[in-house]
Design a protein. Sequence first.
Length: 428
Amino acid sequence: MSKTAVLEIEGKKYEFPLEVGSEKELAIDIKQLRGATNGVTTIDPGFKNTGSCKSAITFLDGEQGILRYRGYAIEDLAEKASFLEVSYLLIFGELPTKVQLDKFEQDIKDQSLVDEDVHKILDAFPKNAHPMGVLSSLTSALTAFNPKSVEYSSADDMYKAIVMLMGKFPVLVSWCMRKMKGLPLDFGDVDLGYEENFAMMMFKRPNKQYKASKVVLDALDKLLILHADHEQNCSTSTVRIVGSSHAGLFASISAGISALWGPLHGGANQAVIEMLEAIKNDGGDYEKYIAKAKDKNDPFRLMGFGHRVYKNFDPRAKIIKVAAEQVLNDLGIEDPVLDVAKGLSDVALNDEYFKSRNLYPNVDFYSGIIYRALGIPVEMFTVLFAMGRLPGWIAQWKEMRENKEPIGRPRQLYVGEPLRPYVSIENR
Ligand code: CMC
């Protein structure tokens, strides 16, 4: 028996189909709402109750702390898979065979050279420009350097655009950091593996050999995998909606980067370290800041605690906490800011205020700690998030195009002035 939802408006009943997702979630299909009701719309600021699409990519259950990519548990993927394997899985729907993965990696490498003129664009930015702005601009500029439009009905064309972006993006990410640090740009080494090459482009100094340690590679791999997709969040929805106008892949991803930049989204990892530094500079008394966070008259919040969707625990945080401890141990890092982080989380996790509100450290609390331990400047944290999110954005954009979704165009409830006569300027 098909399920329906009944809506009553001004005494008249309307029936709408109920859709059932693979995890038994229900959604009311209101596609016919305006037509059937003569123009009634819904209001849902922030789209908190609105499913903008059907998607087969990522499943998350905030109450139970579940995150899965294409049906695979994030815990399994973070422990056993590489970032490129996960990228392939997200974009093409299945884990690759060895042959498929090798081809994917080779095709990416073949497309990884960035035009020297992009370098000139980067030169024009001031050294202290925020790297998220720079990354968004350079990604958008890729369209100008690769103007052939993608024929979306051609699998070959799609594939070419995808490997091109997967190849060039790590180069742009590393350039953003090298520019900030005053280091000469590096075009990478295609004889290295994807993550190894990325680490080399990020960290190699011009006067010193560089070989990424296993600790660094493992930590980077985990961080990238944990950030790779998170269903219809702000930046992903941006990528889908920009792409729905049939703007190209690079332009759509560039818009996603701008959306990710904000402190309410990807910028939170930067806010965590800035908060920890402020506490350290104030004498390191984290108990004082726990009290401030609990004080309803104080706007201070513990950055890196709580989550809009995860109300039990953030499964990514569990994994990254272990990785952070490993990185700090293996690199033998002692940093007073990290002591503050540990003190804060130990106290908060045992405090009734935080326990009763289900406020646990989220992924951003620990990711910033690892980035800092690796020597990555705080402004680059969100750029690293973008690097991880790239395959998710690509997968979501590809799904949107393949499903032939209509252009994104929400409605509104107009609450402005009704029609009024124009008043000439001398009579106002
Ligand atoms: N510190 C202190 N109290 C908090 C915090 C916090 N970080 N977060 C929530 N609360 C309290 C809040 O004051 C409220 O208390 P009460 O019930 O007494 O009024 C209660 O917990 C519920 O808070 P809420 O604002 O209704 O929760 P929310 O789901 O709307 O907010 C949040 C989620 C992530 C915006 C919020 O927890 C927060 O501001 N956290 C700090 C910023 C942060 O770390 N953001 C990164 C999120 S992960 C990034 C990603 O996945 O994209």
